[in-house]
Design a protein around this ligand. Structure first.
Ligand code: ACO
Length: 422
């Protein structure tokens, strides 16, 4: 069979499909900026609300403008009453990301208030609504699953402080709120990462803001993307103490497993957000008097940096690595790490959505068809089964109520064809 006559860009690596005015990444120099402002400056000076303004309007706000946007965001933190019914009916086994995705999607049916005459006005209004409400959804879900009543948001608190308040029921230490706010600023946007790309694909069909954000939430969850923050903390918990890092690292490298929180498609040097998060994480750990997780992370990073495998591949800590010890020190439950990422990134997703629709062209790449051609149709009696049906399959298909064990174990289906590459 003839091979493709075009070069296939697996994972769209290096493909530039649009221009953006939102964030710029220099992967070799390890630099990141939003609308021309260096991430170090933003992390040190900007609030999350100010960063959201920057991304949505592509300029820094004047004092009154920031006050207006803050008030708009804060007034939007409350969830519509009817959404509470849905929150209460979520199954016990729902994960926070499943809850977030479901409730964010539900919101679109109750949000018909954004009617603006200005171009993109209704989309911006929905971007504000979602950015304001994601923290409320997550905090409320977390409290409900712990049999605690949800806490109404407070309009006098900043974005991070209000979230910590809604999670814990008490006003946070200002230093904790500041650390989380910095984390939100650092993660607000990041070029054409997987979730942002997926949001733009939905936007390019002229889909609405809710659909774009729900698409992005689904993409973020995967362990190669936002899911790595939780996985990387799970690694530290598995290691348990700094003196066990070496044995763990040797075992992992010997079995050629991936270490979460390391490596990046674009950065071939240290991710500038990791530099800031390392420092932030150290400071929070020292302040709380528990440096255990930071120490393990530090030792693990030293082993990675010192190992030829990682050196040859230019693999360094990424944004998710020091996120782990930071959020853990702030008492954020492990399975809320990915939602925290989403709460930060929603400003970027929606800014990209607005940008996509300003100068839209449907995103529709192509794939090289590598399968067989000119097949001859076989009628059913002429088809030869390749595997016998398994008893579990029959059980699940016919009487699920009578075989709960089979429901827990997925039915065995026919093996998928192996790809030529495997
Ligand atoms: N641990 C061990 N080996 C790694 C790692 C890692 N974390 N990352 C990359 N490699 C190796 C691969 O095995 C591969 O080796 P090979 O050349 O011998 O086959 C080589 O480095 C290149 O890896 P790719 O997966 O092809 O590189 P890609 O650019 O697609 O990877 C990715 C980027 C997916 C982030 C990868 O580094 C990874 O899986 N890291 C761990 C997961 C993670 O931390 N993800 C969060 C990324 S940041 C974010 O999305 C917010």
């Amino acid at each position: 069979m003839e091979g493709p006559t075009v070069e296939i860009k697996r994972g769209l690596e290096g493909v530039i499909f649009t221009e953006t005015y939102l964030s710029a990444i220099d992967g070799d120099a390890g630099r990141l900026s939003y609308c021309g402002y260096e991430i170090n400056d933003l992390a040190a000076r900007a609030s999350y609300e100010e960063t959201a303004f920057l991304l949505w309007y592509q300029r820094l706000p004047a004092e009154d403008e920031l006050a207006m946007l803050s008030a708009w965001l804060r007034a939007n933190r409350h969830l519509p009453k009817v959404v509470w019914g849905i929150m209460h009916s979520l199954p016990e086994q729902a994960t926070p990301m499943e809850a977030l995705r479901t409730v964010a999607s539900t919101l679109s049916m109750f949000d018909r208030s954004c009617i603006h005459q200005v171009e993109g006005g209704s989309s911006l209004c929905r971007a504000v609504s979602l950015t304001a409400k994601l923290p409320t959804i997550i905090a409320s879900f977390d409290r409900l699953r712990r049999d605690r009543p949800p806490i109404e948001p407070r309009e006098d608190l900043g974005h991070a402080a209000n979230l910590l308040y809604m999670l814990n029921g008490s006003e946070p230490d200002p230093a904790d709120a500041e650390a989380l706010e910095t984390y939100f600023v650092l993660l607000a946007d990041h070029g054409m990462n997987a979730s942002t790309f997926s949001a733009r694909v939905t936007a390019s069909t002229l889909g609405d803001v809710f659909s774009s954000v729900v698409t992005a939430l689904g993409t973020l969850k995967g362990p190669l993307h936002g899911g790595a923050s939780q996985r990387s903390m799970e690694q530290l918990l598995e290691i348990g103490s700094a003196d066990k890092v070496d044995a763990w690292f040797d075992r992992l490298t010997a079995t050629k497993q991936r270490i979460y929180g390391f490596g990046h498609r674009v950065y071939k040097t240290e991710d500038p957000r990791a530099t800031i998060l390392r420092d932030l994480s150290r400071r929070v750990a020292q302040r709380t008097g528990n440096t255990r997780w930071f120490d393990i992370a530090s030792r693990l990073e030293a082993r990675v940096l010192d190992h030829p495998y990682f050196q040859e591949r230019r693999i360094y800590a990424n944004v998710d690595f020091y996120t782990g010890p930071l959020l853990y020190a702030l008492d954020v439950p492990l399975d809320l790490f990915i939602p925290m990422f989403a709460i930060a990134r929603v400003a970027g997703w929606t800014a990209h959505m607005l940008e996509q629709q300003k100068n839209n062209r449907l995103i529709r790449p192509r794939a090289y068809y590598a399968g067989p051609r000119d097949q001859v149709w076989n009628d059913m009696p002429d088809r030869v089964p390749q595997v016998e049906a398994q008893p579990e399959t029959q059980c699940v298909a016919s009487r699920p109520a009578n075989c709960p064990a089979a429901l827990e174990v997925p039915p065995r289906f026919w093996p998928l064809p192996e790809s030529p590459a495997s």
